[in-house]
Design a protein around this ligand. Sequence first.
Ligand SMILES: NC(=O)c1ccc[n+]([C@@H]2O[C@H](COP(=O)([O-])OP(=O)(O)OC[C@H]3O[C@@H](n4cnc5c(N)ncnc54)[C@H](O)[C@@H]3O)[C@@H](O)[C@H]2O)c1
Length: 337
Amino acid sequence: MHVGVLGVGRIGSFHATTLSRSRHVTQLTIWDPRIEATDSVASKIDAQVAESPDDLLECGLDAVLICSSSATHADLLEAAVDKQIPVFCEKPIALDLDRTRRLVEEIERSGTPATIGFQRRSDPAYRALRTEIASGQLGTLYLARLVVGDDTPPPADYVAGSGGIHLDQSVHDFDIIRFLTGQEAVEVYATGAALTGAPGVEDSGDVDSAATVLTLSRGTIAVLTSSRHSSAGYDVRLEIAGSKAVRTVGPIDRRDDSSGVGNLATPQGGFLARFEAAYRAEIDRFLQFISGNDTNPCTPADALCALEIAVAATESRHINRPVRLAPSATIARGIQL
Ligand SMILES: NC(=O)c1ccc[n+]([C@@H]2O[C@H](COP(=O)([O-])OP(=O)(O)OC[C@H]3O[C@@H](n4cnc5c(N)ncnc54)[C@H](O)[C@@H]3O)[C@@H](O)[C@H]2O)c1
């Protein structure tokens, strides 16, 4: 396959490297407005460099990956779908619900294969837990506790264009709780504060520390704490308590000090290290999906559902009250399991 990559920053260069090692990929073409960085990535992975996004989309691609800054996704996705090029797009589809809904409808109408980058769905641990839950091994699901903490806060310009902590970071947790439990969120309450001093957070009206409570459609309660700075290192954890078992995913090692107080031991290397296998698997699954050999790892409709929860969480934080989720897009569509 000839595959194009738009945007070769942190995640785009990682995905481009994965593609360069794939036995399904024979040719790679990339584009990013940062010319020097693009040339450097291209020389490492033996890729061609396009003149512009239009040039890249016109060069006879079998598939394209959109890994540019969040605010650029919608236009690039629309252009790829217009040309019926199978597309993998990093989350989010767009930063607002109207544009996301319109685009999801357009993608579904056109029939162009499209996958959205929620990589935890391709992580071996979450996939194993989902199988256990679906087979009833946990029994009735009572409570889920989720934790997310970045090892270092993202740069100020990333924060400014990210849509805020719920749209950018918690959206992964909102997606994974749907994926694991098969339940929709029916109510959300969120609160937050700017505590870490991370650059760009207060200036963009965002928070860097947040707590979110979700009520799910079969009654399970999920609680998420989110941070842009975890002093223990990159920290993504989940505990799920059912009537038959309590299961966990994420760092559970503790190094107790002499008083018996535990220090959390997290993996080194941030999100790219923790989810390396998941990122590689999601690209492989995308290539298998567009070749007709696998199901879609994450549909645009699933990404819309996660965005709806993130938008409701942001609203709840601003009005300081719980927000009910309209069932239109979520429950009516059902969950792609
Ligand atoms: N799924 C995940 O776990 C995950 C992790 C990181 C980032 N992301 C998503 O991936 C996207 C990129 O994040 P990042 O951390 O790599 O950011 P980044 O800032 O490191 O890279 C973004 C790149 O996009 C380029 N760019 C800007 N406009 C462009 C355009 N019109 N066409 C092509 N390239 C363009 C920038 O020059 C930059 O090199 C974001 O939308 C983010 O939400 C997802």
